[in-house]
Ligand binder design. Sequence first.
Ligand code: TYD
Length: 201
Amino acid sequence: MKGHFIVFEGIDGAGLTTNSKFLVDWLNSIGIRAWYTKEPTQGTIGLYIRKLLKSGADPFLLTLLFTADRKEHMENEVIPKIRDGIFVVCDRYLFSTIAYQSAHGAKEELIRRLNKNFLKPDLVFLLDIDPSISLNRKQAEKESYERKEFLEKVRRKFLELASDEGFIVIPTDRPLNEIQEDIKKVMKYFLEEVGYAQEKV
Ligand code: TYD
């Protein structure tokens, strides 16, 4: 079995971690080796990024750091696993850099140039939600009005990317079981397309 690269994207609170982990568990349950991973990583650069995010760093600096973190992530984890025949499910990828860092003022053309040699995903799910709903979900955080405005901008960028690059858009302001049924439906179709035996699914 050939490995594949599947990506989940979306704004904060859209349900990326829950749903990408769900997909990994479901794939494993039907006998397909799958692996969950995420960006920013837990490596040295990823941890440094998380520190900077708290204090609001320069978007160009963040672009460079996210790209460096991605390079390590791809070389050390993602590519070897895919070569090993594993379905790698990645919670955020370079489209997050395009959407978030460009919304903060980094030049999209530059972000794209820096990221142009990274592996193209076989399938991208965009989990889409209105920031006023997703921010209410994150009750622990006292989110500011500016944060909502910012996430609206990020959401628009993701939707634009989805239509340009053919992402699968899944609305997530509804019950989790409905969202996950949709993810399974898309995945079954994908598995058929790549020639995975129907009876297993
Ligand atoms: P997030 O997935 O929310 O991490 P966690 O759930 O562990 O807190 O990612 C942290 C933040 O980083 C999130 O607001 C999105 C942002 N981000 C970027 O701005 N650019 C990127 O390239 C990536 C991967 C994430």
